[in-house]
Design a protein around this ligand. Structure first.
Ligand code: SF4
Length: 740
């Protein structure tokens, strides 16, 4: 057994026993193995009959259309359980008004596995401005409205209504991001853990293969779900804390109030504080290239003393209760800090939060999959197409990924507006080169319509493949929220040669004409390896390369945990140089977010001017979307900065565009070239005292209005003035005329 798995510690409440889990493919198969695999996981009784199944062991209920492809959660979970010998059925997008829709496959022998789908159902259904979307990329025919709001809760309750004694296991992104009390943008309030409302028996967070496979075997062996309390990556309700556990109040390790100063967890001794890292950061901020990476030595971190004092196998952290975080924004922000501090599987402790009569117990996150395990997950017999019941109806999310290959999981970027790290973790899990190349060949041979172009070879980030902490021991003790912010950690592997080699081999495969890299690029990391950038720019850019500086202003970038513009310029210079060397006309398309916490009118105006100066006219603007559990959402909700030590005496308030008017203005600033936005922008510029930016001169943002527009504007202004001021101003106008 691998060393990682030997270290796996599952800490059941009431027991300190460590239980080692087999690797995913080492479990003895369930007896029904002889009845699997199915060509497609069945969605109807008729399909079950054809397979000779009298029942399903597990039924997955999902808010997405069923696509039998490793990019779709229901297929990954279904196929990996099937490979264990379980019979898995799928109920996709059931009619949530009728419990009968949950009875189509009968009652599962073991449990319903419920997920809202690949996206949080609210993000799927509403725009960043809370408007209803009429499309849904995860539905056949791209039709919106095929899943309920808060789908996880609704489906889970429906399962219980259809079969009151059935076991319900909640999972997927909606479960992950709503496992604790969380701010919900759509209702504009703090909501309880989804476990409370959904009535699910167990919640799985993160990539759940390891927990789910173990759970399913144990349920099949007759263990009651209420007794399975020791699995990493699970959460459940409990009335009493079992004996043998020591509680630490979270305010002892990160203080939200004016209490005596204790150790700040984000001050954990770290190489980012070392002179080397500081000078690199300063160089990048100043717009210079950081020194080329030297073969660096691992820097030993001084261990986090609090982590040593608090053995994760016997200590849990009590977070502020649901009531407390609802009433006190400082405590909410504090809870965010604690949550993000306890995300490393190597040192995270269980989290407990009271919600009324219950406590929510959150076990430490799952251990990352080893390469052989991840390969195994991707090598299941996926058909790589939607279930035939959808006929010719297009599923846009499938159309987008049908010729692409996911090469890794996880992200160590830690961008505060993104929830990938909260879900998949910060440790990169990579597939083997051979497994990826095999998948490219499968696409070539099996996917209808393949023309020789792989549309993406990537993952959550394009260039983190096989980039890990240089030292496992250090990684296990680290509590940094990002490996690349504020500087690239000296312990991080930055050599992209594995990715470069992969690109070369993929494009050399027979029948492959081009391999495009379309996933987001972490350019501050890429510039550390010019050979990689050259390879990317020369062979894998389809004319345009999208990158995401997200903002131009340091203050805002700091709230996003994004690099300064220095690394953008450095990458741009490389991109242009290598494009020219390759004899290609290629363009960088930078992406920006409007309305992000930390960005007021002044910062957005500065960004608009930067865009104008650089002659960028962005087509689409992403308005900040506060997703559950993201740190930027905490800033939006509390106007406090959870990236810094919190203290009631700390008066820092994070600028936050909350009103629809201000959010519209921020969006309009990014689209300064859109004539529809000019009246709004002129008004705002005058209000900000920046009339100098209205006009025909080169440095102006928008042109002057026409004479007619100006008259209308003046009339409008006069209407707004109180009568007394109006009289005065008319009198003064008369006076000045007289003087003339
Ligand atoms: S885990 Fe990341 S941040 Fe922590 S020491 Fe390793 S490379 Fe640095």
């Amino acid at each position: 057994m691998s060393s990682a798995l030997q270290r796996q510690a599952n800490h059941p409440p009431g027991s300190h026993a460590d239980r080692q889990l087999p690797r995913l493919f080492d479990y003895p198969k369930y007896w029904a193995e002889c009845l699997t695999p199915a060509p497609f996981l069945p969605m109807s009784r008729a399909e079950m009959d054809q397979l000779g199944w009298d029942s399903c062991d597990v039924i997955i209920v999902t808010g997405d259309a069923y696509v039998d492809h490793p990019s779709f959660g229901m297929a990954v979970i279904g196929r990996t359980l099937e490979a264990q010998g379980f019979r898995v059925g799928i109920i996709s997008q059931p009619d949530w008004s009728d419990p009968q829709s949950l009875r189509v496959l009968g009652e599962p022998n073991l449990y319903f596995g419920v997920t809202a789908g690949n996206m949080d159902s609210m993000i799927n259904r509403y725009t960043a401005d809370r408007r209803i979307r009429h499309d849904d990329a995860y539905t056949a025919g791209d039709t919106g409205g095929k899943r309920p709001d808060y789908a996880l809760t609704v489906y889970s309750q429906l399962c219980k209504r259809a079969y009151p004694n059935s076991v319900v296991v909640a999972g997927g992104i909606e479960a992950s991001l709503r496992r604790l009390a969380h701010y919900d943008y759509w209702s504009d309030k703090v909501k309880r853990s989804v476990l409370m409302d959904s009535t699910a028996d167990l919640l799985l967070f993160g990539n759940a293969e390891r927990a789910l496979i173990d759970l399913t075997h144990r349920l099949a062996a007759g263990e009651p779900v209420r007794e399975i309390r020791d699995l990493r990556g699970t959460a459940f309700l409990c009335r009493t804390i079992p004996e043998g556990w020591r509680e630490i109040d979270s305010t002892r390790i990160d203080q939200p109030g004016s209490l005596p100063r204790h150790k700040n967890p984000y001050d954990a001794p770290h190489p980012s504080d070392c002179d080397d890292a500081k000078s690199q950061h300063a160089a990048v901020d100043a717009g210079h290239s950081a020194a080329p990476p030297q073969p660096s030595q691992v820097v030993n971190l001084v261990p986090d003393t609090q982590a040593i004092e608090t053995d994760p196998s016997s200590t849990y952290i009590r977070m502020p209760s649901f009531d407390a975080v609802t009433k006190d924004p400082a405590l909410y922000a504090h809870a965010d800090r604690i949550f993000h501090r306890e995300t490393n599987p190597g040192n995270a402790r269980p989290l407990v939060q009271n919600q009324g009569k219950n406590d929510i117990w959150i076990n430490p996150p799952p251990l990352p999959l080893e390469t052989a395990e991840l390969d195994w997950v991707f090598e299941q017999p996926y058909k790589r197409v939607p279930h035939p019941s959808y006929g010719d109806a297009k599923i846009p999310a499938y159309e987008m990924i049908r010729f692409s290959v996911n090469i890794m999981r996880g992200c160590f970027g830690g961008c505060t507006f993104c929830s990938i790290t909260e879900h998949e973790g910060r440790i990169i899990q990579s597939r083997s080169e051979q497994s990826i190349l095999d998948e490219v060949e499968k696409i070539r041979d099996l996917t209808p319509g393949f023309t020789g172009v792989i549309s993406d070879l990537g993952g959550p980030t394009a260039n983190m493949y096989r980039l890990n902490c240089k030292d496992k021991r250090i990684e296990e003790s680290c509590r940094r929220p990002s490996c690349v912010y504020p500087t690239i950690c000296v312990n991080l592997e930055t050599d992209h040669s594995h990715t470069t080699a992969l690109y070369r081999k993929a494009r050399a495969l027979k029948g492959v004409k081009k391999v495009v890299v379309a996933s987001g690029l972490r350019y501050d990391l890429a510039v550390r390896d010019p050979e990689y950038v050259k390879e990317l720019v020369t062979h894998h850019v389809g004319g345009y390369l999208k990158i995401a500086p997200e903002h131009s202003e340091e203050e805002t970038l700091a709230k996003m945990m994004k690099p300064g513009m220095g690394s953008y310029y450095e990458f741009k210079e490389m991109f242009e140089r290598f494009s020219q060397q390759a004899g290609k006309k290629q363009y960088l398309i930078p992406y920006f977010i409007s309305g992000h916490p930390g960005s007021g009118d002044k910062e957005m105006l500065a960004l608009a001017l930067w865009l104008k100066q650089n002659d960028f006219r962005v087509d689409q603007v992403q308005n900040f979307y506060p997703s559950p559990m993201a740190s930027a959402t905490t800033m939006y909700h509390t106007e406090r900065n959870p990236l810094r030590p919190l203290n009631r005496n700390n008066t820092e308030r994070v600028l936050t565009a909350r009103s629809p008017e201000q959010r519209t203005l921020h969006k309009a600033l990014l689209r300064y070239h859109d004539t529809d936005n000019w009246p709004l922008l002129r008004k705002a510029l005058r209000r900000m005292g920046r009339q100098d930016l209205i006009g025909a001169e080169k440095g102006c943002l928008v042109p002057l209005e026409s004479r007619r527009e100006r008259e209308l504007y003046q009339r409008e202004q006069r209407k707004k003035q109180p009568a007394s001021r109006l009289k005065k101003s008319r009198a003064s106008q008369r006076g000045s005329r007289g003087r003339r």
